[in-house]
Design a protein around this ligand. Structure first.
Ligand SMILES: NC(=O)C1=CN([C@@H]2O[C@H](COP(=O)(O)OP(=O)(O)OC[C@H]3O[C@@H](n4cnc5c(N)ncnc54)[C@H](O)[C@@H]3O)[C@@H](O)[C@H]2O)C=CC1
Ligand SMILES: N[C@@H](CC=O)C(=O)O
Ligand code: NA
Length: 430
């Protein structure tokens, strides 16, 4: 840090999050100086298009550069804030910074979930801090509690809604009957969606967050590839309506559980009862339940996406790393000592809600029930709606291994009395 007590920050990226961070830095400059004990100054801002009109952003245009690597390497840079996203070139920039002893604040969940180990190793090598509160559940202080406050406890389960875009879409489909495409377009306009929204709607973004949460909660290493993932592109208006008929809503859930020496981590749409606390989480809000042996149940709720909420988390991290630099200390590094194995999805215990279009004739119910019995899957409820060509059977199972449920559905598809398996949704929280 410069002798005049200035913390010089290289900002990589000035899009939805970066621009809000610049704005907040400017507006809160005096308070941040008082809180850190040093003035924060932007040393440079790496972007793809330096000449772009940035709508009166309070920043000197001379700070913009397209050469992020040279900016990171500059001797006068103390801290690197990365809000670009993606694996490369971000990984190369951050490893360079950390090895050189420059602390890093990043919102890049994709990179942390893909190769967090390399970033943590570089941070240890350079004696630098690596903070990433914005990477999971935006503004919600969640990773700091997992990294610090709960280190005296044993976390057994983490469940939540961690993707704002899909929650916005599913809430709109449920509340206003909006179409999928229209709701996604609006979520993108509002700055919730990733640069490529496929990451949101196919569940990759939530899976990356699930990997980060499971790693921190269970003191192990879980990567995005370890997470079972399904997105919401197959959730139809009919599914939403069918859930509503049964007093349920559909949410994209993240579920991470520890049992013994193994973890199971999954992301998929699921039906939950309207009375469940997660059912009330609307718009782009996120909510995460943490269950710990001594603490019991904890719930974290707030804005999981959007420029300003995410910038709030980035700035909180910047204050922390700034203070550490000033006092010459470093936060605890990665804690992955538990080294747990990852349980395959087939072994996870789940429940299914299955809607079958069936022929309306005697014996159908018995034939269908036999298929469930053959796979040792116990049926909770059966409901028949319609008659003749419109007959549908809605079956909700008890808990069973996911592999047994999947095999049941595969065999149901083969029955000639089953015209189609209209929908299969997991059920949680009841
Ligand atoms: N938007 C949101 O609600 C949230 C975003 N995040 C994460 O924050 C990061 C940034 O997200 P957004 O601001 O939404 O993205 P964005 O697409 O709006 O902004 C990305 C910025 O990076 C710059 N950039 C891209 N490639 C570059 C390169 N090769 N060299 C220099 N600059 C380059 C672009 O010019 C742009 O300024 C991502 O990792 C995202 O996953 C995390 C939480 C919430
Ligand atoms: N695209 C993400 C942004 C925040 O992480 C989301 O929709 O949650
Ligand atoms: Na957060």
């Amino acid at each position: 840090m410069a002798p005049d007590r200035t913390l010089r920050v290289a900002l990589l990226g000035c899009g939805t999050v970066g621009a809000e961070m610049v704005r907040l830095l400017h507006e809160q400059s005096a308070d941040l100086t008082a809180r850190i004990g040093a003035r924060v100054e932007l040393a440079g801002i790496a972007v793809r298009r330096p000449g772009r009109d940035r709508g009166g952003l309070p920043v000197d245009p001379a700070l913009f550069t397209t050469d992020a690597l040279s900016l990171v390497k500059r001797d006068d840079v103390d801290v690197v804030v990365e809000v670009v996203g993606g694996i490369e070139p971000a990984r190369g920039w951050l490893i360079e910074a950390l090895r050189a002893g420059k602390s890093v604040v990043t919102a890049n969940k994709a990179l942390l979930a893909e190769d967090g180990a390399a970033l943590h190793a570089a941070a240890a090598e350079g004696g630098a801090d690596l903070y990433y509160e914005a990477a999971v559940a935006g503004a919600i202080p969640l990773l700091r509690p997992l990294r610090e406050s709960l280190h005296g406890d044993t976390i057994t389960r983490v469940t939540g809604i961690v993707n704002g875009t899909t929650n916005y879409i599913l809430s709109a489909m449920d509340e206003t009957g909006a179409g999928f495409a229209e709701a996604l377009e609006r979520a993108t306009e509002l700055g919730y969606a990733e640069a490529d929204p496929t990451a949101d709607i196919e569940g990759f973004d939530a899976a990356a967050k699930a990997a980060i949460l499971a790693s921190l909660a269970f003191h192990t290493r879980v990567t995005a590839a370890d997470v079972y993932r399904e997105g919401i592109t197959d959730v139809s208006a009919a599914d939403v309506a069918s859930a509503a008929e049964q007093g349920c809503v559909i949410k994209l859930l993240c579920l991470a559980e520890r049992s013994g020496d193994a973890v199971s981590v999954r992301v998929h749409p699921a039906m939950i009862p309207r009375s469940h606390p997660l059912a009330a989480v609307g718009d782009a809000f996120n909510a995460v339940f943490v269950e710990a042996r001594a603490a019991g149940e904890l719930m974290f709720y707030g804005r999981g996406a959007g420029g300003a909420p995410t910038a709030s988390a980035v700035l909180g991290d910047l204050v922390a790393v700034g203070r550490h630099r000033l006092s010459g200390v470093r936060a605890a590094g990665e804690s992955a000592y538990a080294d747990l194995r990852v349980r395959p999805m087939g072994q996870a215990s789940t429940r299914y809600h299955i809607r079958l279009d069936v022929a309306d004739r005697p014996g159908v119910l018995a034939t269908v029930a036999n298929v469930f019995a053959a796979h040792d899957v116990s049926i909770g409820t059966v409901r028949q709606s319609g008659r003749g060509a419109d007959a549908a059977l809605v079956i909700v199972t008890h808990l069973a291994p996911d592999a047994a449920l999947a095999a049941t559905v595969a065999q149901l598809r083969e029955l000639d009395i089953v015209r189609s398996v209209a929908s299969v949704l997991r059920v949680e929280g009841s």
